[in-house]
Design a protein around this ligand. Structure first.
Ligand code: PLP
Length: 339
């Protein structure tokens, strides 16, 4: 396995980052005093996002540290990082059209960064996302929004998107196959966790999260398997027939997870199980995780119960906040606690 052999470069087609270079943290801006000259500077330099120890625990001797990606300013999610790097690398002039398919956070991130950089962004959303936060916020950010009622999943939007993009001369970044998605998380999410584990004196035993494109967890898993070798990688996937916003099942195909080859079998989680943990963490720690963050922690608890967890610290990436999903979180958490 490449990672075990200590590969210095990530095994993707186009990634300029080496592990040596990633171990340098000089660009993390701790001394700004929280003052930034623009929203763009905040998004790029206002890092790392917080890593916070939770009172919530999946079992004795296991401490969970939540990396709160909703502290990213544009989409309040893990998707600011890839949107920033992908748009920066596009190299097309201001005023260019950029078309992308997304079910939520990436649509918002791209619309926001596109607005600042002067791109004309159009996002294609599947039917279920219509009327939700993504459609409303993307419109507010000045993006054009196309909701395709017939599309149940994001990939079903691609044929129409490609046709429109060809007609209009638009660029299609494609977050599912664009290696800058993976690289953004190597340079950002993974490297920040490394820095924070050193600063906080963590005994890092595992990393935990869910997968959509697989950009962030493939990068985090690859980074720590390469650096530390023995690290549990716990991935959450929706149980068959279940829908958890932002994540999907392993067999639907995930580019970087396959390339990096650094994970154990994903753990099945139902939406109710995810929302139960969201409610537990709300009551133990006073913060409201999004459903995919709840799914990550639910998967960790199952993993500890079945396979056993090592004593020490586990870092869970929490992609966004439950404030975006109040109807879902509120309704189900109540139903769950009623038994
Ligand atoms: N959770 C949420 C809420 C998301 O929006 C996403 C991606 O859009 C993910 C998890 C999965 O992230 P990735 O695409 O990096 O696998």
């Amino acid at each position: 396995m490449l990672a075990k052999l200590g590969a210095r470069y990530a095994p993707v087609e186009r990634c300029d980052a080496s592990l040596d270079e990633l171990g340098i943290f000089a660009d993390f801006d701790e001394y700004s005093g929280g003052v930034y000259s623009s929203t763009m500077e905040l998004a790029v330099r206002g890092k790392p996002t917080p890593l916070v120890a939770l009172r919530w625990s999946p079992g004795r001797g296991v401490r969970v540290w939540a990396k709160l990606e909703w502290f990213n300013p544009f989409s309040l999610s893990v998707k600011d990082r890839p949107a920033l790097l992908i748009l920066e690398k596009l190299g097309v002039p201001r005023g260019s059209r950029v078309y992308e398919a997304s079910s939520g956070n990436f649509a918002v991130a791209l619309s926001a960064v596109g607005a600042v950089l002067g791109y004309r962004v159009r996002v294609y959303l599947p039917g279920f996302a219509g009327g939700g936060y993504a459609e409303r916020v993307a419109r507010l950010l000045g993006a054009e929004v196309v909701v395709d009622e017939r599309a149940e999943f994001t990939p079903q939007l691609l044929e129409r998107l490609r046709r429109d993009a060809a007609e209009d001369g638009a660029v299609h970044p494609n977050q599912f196959t664009n290696d800058y998605n993976f690289e953004a998380h190597l340079r950002g999410t993974a490297r920040e966790i490394d820095y924070q584990r050193l600063r906080g004196g963590l005994r890092l035993r595992g990393v935990v999260g869910g997968v959509g494109t697989s950009g962030h967890m493939a990068a985090v898993a690859f980074y720590f398997k390469s650096r530390l070798g023995e690290v549990d990688v716990v991935l959450a996937q929706p149980a068959r027939g279940e829908v958890i916003p932002g994540i999907r099942r392993r067999e639907t195909g995930m580019l970087w997870l396959d390339l990096a080859g650094v994970y154990d079998d994903p753990v099945d989680v139902t939406l109710d199980e995810a929302l139960e943990v969201v409610a537990e963490v709300a009551r133990s720690d006073g913060i409201l995780l999004g459903p995919s963050g709840g799914a990550a922690l639910a998967a960790l608890r199952k993993h500890c119960e079945s396979t056993g967890c090592m004593q020490g610290d586990y870092v869970a990436v929490i992609p966004d906040t439950g404030f975006k999903y109040l109807a879902l979180v509120d309704g189900r958490a109540e139903a769950g606690s009623d038994g």
